[in-house]
Design a protein around this ligand. Sequence first.
Ligand SMILES: [Zn+2]
Ligand SMILES: [Zn+2]
Length: 243
Amino acid sequence: MHPVLALVVGLAVTQVAIMVTTVYLHRGLAHRALTVNGPVAIVSRTIIWLATGMRPREWAAVHRRHHAATDTPEDPHSPAQVGFWRVQLANAALYRRVARDGVTVDRYARDLPADRLDRVLFDHAFLGLGTGVVLLCLVLGWETGLLAAAIHAVSYLMLSGAINAVGHTAGRRVHPNSATNVQLLAFITAGEGLHNNHHAAPTSARFSLQRGEIDPGWWVVRLLERCKLASIRHHDVKLRSVA
Ligand SMILES: [Zn+2]
Ligand SMILES: [Zn+2]
């Protein structure tokens, strides 16, 4: 058992999963701020499957509903509606409940139908998560692998929760919407902590809008674009007045 190695690997897996979540699921699928090419999409879907078990179309649908109904009773995870700690600690349960309500995915992700790969592989969450844990155990040994998987699970869930909980509660509100910018959170969530900026310009692939702000997710988006692996919808930032 190597606890330090498990900690390093667990946190590294979380950072990779968060980067793919923000670049592919969030900026790419949910907002169409960028479009990645076929091989990048397959790699991204595989990482999401192995590291989170989430279905991309469900994630995109729940998130689009969050933008459409921000901090109203229809918002799937509003700290103003259900309380800070419920969003911080039970974010995944809030997602799952709305994703499986039989309405949200039909309404908000009509453009993201399941394909053959989803049906065969990516829709099977436990197969993905189980394969991910087995891979960690094969590389690190079973004790260290299980500990790394547990550390990843907790850190991914807590950081995802923080984006929705802290990101609508505390921090700077530069633009007129209920979300907040927290640069410290943005450092450890691949830019997602600049949530006030994101609500002000949801179709922008770049979340850093003011001087001095840092958005690591944008670096990856630009790298993909320079390598001709992705195209960015627009480089000028279109600000929305509310939400
Ligand atoms: Zn938000
Ligand atoms: Zn968004």
